[in-house]
Design a protein around this ligand. Structure first.
Ligand code: GLC
Length: 413
């Protein structure tokens, strides 16, 4: 591939920050065991025993098309798939090790199928790559044996180079777990990532190679990272990243919508995981939830996608719901429908128009004495999909709210 000039960070991040929502796919040998992707380590499965899974693995043809179709229907704009998880099995046709999908059971390049499926369904392509490797003979030894460290760094660079050169344009490189080496220097991360950027000038790299790079990755919690820094919360759907049929506590449609709100409010992204079964099919629970999420997003996407803004000061929690902001528009995501009237205190800006985001019908409003009251609402939430109705409040200036804990706002002496 021709080498081009590395894009400036703000330009690289643009599509991603507008995309908001992506699908994480954890797929590997561990799916056959069905007890989490850490099963090799957690159950101390001997390497020779675990390796047998490599020959036994026979996924059906092109399951990635099903993932990509569902991701698109769910309103996701990109995907990130595990090309190699901690178990060390490479899902692509690599020259760095025989422990790979083309040479073992599957007999084909699963990464290629994934990339083709993303492109077919109009999704941006992300590669997850675990630095930690439980299978490679130097994967642990590199911590105390300098020659092993060099070999392992070469192996890592070789893998990453292949991933960056064999599949056309790659949008995201998502590193994971940098055990057992303790610094970017030991991992040779600067040099490797510079190579990645030369090969893929527009690529986004996450912060897990012991360098900050482009974005932070809060895991299993949605916490607004520092303002000004891009971030993406990665979340499991049911508590396990890898396929685990006994993990039955799936997040509901409303929870997923709530996570999207939190991310959008903090100008962050949501990378929601699904762990396909060994044959590649998705657990039905995923579609049962993601199809309605997509329906909801098609109607309410304006409150989610595109550049959002952080509140000036902060928007307070309200008993009936919470907010996202874009410029002078305040989107009130009402999760607990109050009935005929919806009131809100402490808004420091004048609301010039209130309307339902879906359909755009105006809502009567009254604003006085620090209280905004929306009137003439239906008895129950108009949103039939998830009971989350978004009300758009057009404000005269950037929305700001101040309530404090008392019933009057304290004045400075
Ligand atoms: C953790 C886990 C890993 C998972 C990752 C996703 O680092 O070790 O199994 O892939 O989180 O963020």
């Amino acid at each position: 591939m021709a080498e081009a000039k590395v894009w400036p960070q703000a330009k690289r991040l643009q599509w991603w920050q507008e995309a908001r929502f992506g699908m994480f796919i954890h797929w590997g040998l561990y799916a056959q065991v069905g007890r989490h992707e850490w099963v090799m380590n957690r159950e101390r499965i001997p390497r020779e025993e675990y390796e047998k899974l490599a020959d036994a693995w026979k996924p059906k043809p092109r399951p990635a098309r099903e993932w990509a179709a569902l991701a698109r229907e769910a309103g996701m704009k990109y995907m990130v798939m595990t090309t190699k998880h901690h178990e060390g099995f490479c899902l692509w046709d690599t020259r760095q090790t025989d422990y790979n999908a083309a040479k073992r059971g599957p007999g084909r390049d699963l990464v290629r199928e994934y990339v083709e499926a993303c492109r077919e369904f109009g999704l941006k392509v992300g590669f997850y790559y675990s630095l930690m490797d439980w299978h490679h003979p130097d994967g642990a030894r590199c911590a105390y044996d300098e020659k092993a460290r060099r070999r392992f760094c070469d192996f890592t660079t070789g893998c990453v180079r292949e991933l960056m050169t064999h599949y056309g344009k790659i949008d995201i490189l998502w590193y994971d777990v940098s055990w057992p080496l303790r610094s970017a220097e030991a991992w040779d991360s600067r040099r490797r990532n510079a190579m990645v950027r030369r090969l893929q000038p527009h690529i986004l790299i996450n912060n897990r190679s012991q360098l900050d790079e482009d974005f932070g990755t809060p895991e299993e919690h949605i916490k607004e990272a520092e303002a000004g820094r891009a971030w993406e919360a990665c979340m499991t759907f049911n508590g396990s990243w890898g396929y685990m049929p006994s993990a039955v506590d799936w997040r509901s449609v409303r929870e997923v919508i709530g996570m999207l709100r939190q991310c959008a409010a903090g100008c962050g992204n949501l990378l929601l995981n699904v762990g396909p079964a060994p044959d590649g099919s998705l657990p039905p629970e995923a579609a049962e939830r993601l199809v309605p999420v997509g329906r909801w997003l098609r109607a309410n996407g304006e409150a989610v996608y595109g550049r959002t803004d952080r509140a000036v000061g902060r928007m307070e929690w309200m008993p009936c719901g919470q907010f996202t902001i874009k410029g002078r528009n305040l989107y009130y995501w009402v999760r607990c429908w109050p009935g005929k009237e919806l009131a809100m205190g402490g808004l420091k800006t004048k609301v010039t128009r209130a309307s339902y985001l879906v359909g755009g019908k105006a809502i009567a409003l009254e604003q006085k004495g620090g209280r905004l009251v929306l009137k003439g609402l239906p008895r129950s939430s108009p949103d039939a999909t998830a009971g989350v109705t978004v009300i758009k409040l057009r404000c005269r200036s950037k929305p700001r709210q101040e309530l404090g804990a008392g019933c009057v706002v304290l004045k400075k002496k």
